[in-house]
Design a protein around this ligand. Structure first.
Ligand code: HEM
Length: 410
């Protein structure tokens, strides 16, 4: 199908587009005219040695792709929709060691093990510690008067939460935070993080986590590391598998939650009626609407394992299929007035955490807890917070990121 209204050469994974905005009007066009659309690309630009990918825009179709791992593989070309063109196939294939890029049955085995660390009980156990941290983060920012909401507030809790979850000793946390920050977002030249710095940080983090796993194997403690690696039998992770799991947590749990919190704050500041409502009533539905509104992960991808048909398009075996959560979360077939930020929206079947298949976000409960704790702390301690500048957006091919948001803490 064609989509004549899009400018020649338009690419839904062009980092220069996301530096300015998420292309919501273009998604709406596709949903109406060509819901599964072939986005041609210059050969090899995404790192996969091919000439484009399918853009899946409707809520229903994103769910369909997400829930059929036999037909749509997360492994063949990984879930990441665009790498740097200079990346070699070997560098891409290394990413297959993280569970986000595995297919069943390998994925099922790893997921069953790591799930033990994310039970409702395990997440509840973090609540008091994280509430205390959220309060201290907000107090420290308030003392400054004005500042950057992203670095002062939104970054901190997600980093602390992951360190808390895996039981990283306090003394090591600064190093973990430094590595995590360096791995994120090297698409943005302004951050001056080269791919080499990012890769080195990833390697150091893996090696740190492997050593932690080995130490806990020797001498188990009461933390998730011990629970995931303790016994040698097949129901546990090896130290190397644990290393890659921690790497995934550092990427999947940080940038996403920090952007949900930042976009959420910006939405409140630009929709004062919703901020007043939040401060007064603290509706439980708010966190899910913040994630829908933010949709921090614009898209992941799958690769067709055989010829198939989706939304009227004929997809060939081996072709890449982009599942655009940002588009699904604005689909008027599913959401009444999706362009409205409504913290009482209920039901809210958004796909910000994925389309419901085997890779559905493992950290969802933790993320929702963090968002709730953060906004409660903000509403309590700085009810008069106000904007002091426009958000400065991250240059990225698949993250809806903000790198700076100047505010007055009130
Ligand atoms: C608002 C915050 C977050 C958002 C928007 C988000 C979004 C997502 C999405 C879209 C996926 C892929 C789903 C799929 O392919 O079907 C995912 C997977 C994942 N997320 Fe999250 N995430 C968030 C927070 C977290 C946190 C806090 C953690 C852990 C500390 C986490 C850990 C993971 C892991 C481990 C996976 C891979 C699961 C698998 O492959 O089986 N996420 N997330």
């Amino acid at each position: 199908m064609s989509c004549p209204a899009l400018p020649e050469g338009f690419d839904f994974t062009d980092p220069d587009v996301y530096q300015h905005r998420v292309p919501l009007p273009e998604f709406a066009q596709l949903r109406g005219t060509a819901p599964v659309w072939w986005n041609a690309q210059p050969h090899g630009i995404a790192g996969f040695g091919d000439d484009g990918y399918w853009v899946v825009t409707r809520h229903e179709d994103v769910k369909e792709v997400s829930t059929k791992p036999d037909l749509f593989s997360a492994h063949l070309n990984t879930s990441i929709i665009r790498f740097n063109a200079a990346m070699t196939r070997d560098q891409i294939d290394v990413q297959k060691l993280i569970m986000l890029n595995m297919d069943p049955p390998e994925h099922t085995r790893v997921r069953q093990i790591v799930q033990r660390g994310f039970t409702p009980r395990a997440i509840r156990a973090l609540e008091d510690a994280l509430r205390g941290r959220a309060t201290r983060i907000v107090e420290a920012a308030r003392a400054k008067g004005t500042g950057d909401f992203v670095t002062d507030i939104a970054c901190e809790l997600p980093l602390q939460a992951i360190a808390e979850l895996i039981g990283v000793p306090q003394d090591d946390r600064a190093r973990i935070f430094d590595w995590s920050n360096k791995m994120i977002a090297y698409d943005d030249p302004e951050l001056a993080i080269t791919e080499e710095v990012g890769t080195n940080a990833a390697m150091e983090l893996i090696s740190y986590a492997m050593n932690l796993a080995a130490a806990r194997k020797e001498c188990p403690a009461k933390d998730i590391v011990s629970r995931l690696v303790a016994a040698e039998d097949e129901g546990n992770l090896g130290s190397d598998e644990f290393g890659f799991f921690v790497l995934l947590l550092a990427v999947a749990g940080n940038e996403t939650t920090r952007n949900a919190i930042t976009h959420g704050m910006h939405a409140f500041l630009t929709h004062p009626d919703q901020w007043e409502l939040y401060k007064r009533e603290r509706p439980e539905t708010a966190a899910e609407e913040i994630v829908r509104w933010a949709t921090p992960v614009v898209a992941f991808q799958r690769t067709a394992t055989q010829d198939t048909e989706l939304g009227g398009a004929k997809i060939k075996q081996g072709q890449r299929v982009g599942i655009f959560y940002s588009s699904a979360n604005n689909d008027p077939e599913v959401f009444d007035r999706p362009e409205v930020f409504d913290i009482t929206r209920d039901p809210n079947p958004h796909l910000g955490f994925g389309g419901g298949g085997p890779h559905f976000c493992l950290g969802k409960s933790l993320a929702i807890l963090e968002i709730n704790l953060m906004f409660h702390a903000l509403a309590d301690a700085m009810p008069d917070i106000s904007l002091a500048g426009d958000p400065r957006r991250l240059r990225s091919a698949w993250l809806n990121g903000v790198k700076e948001l100047r505010v007055r803490y009130g």
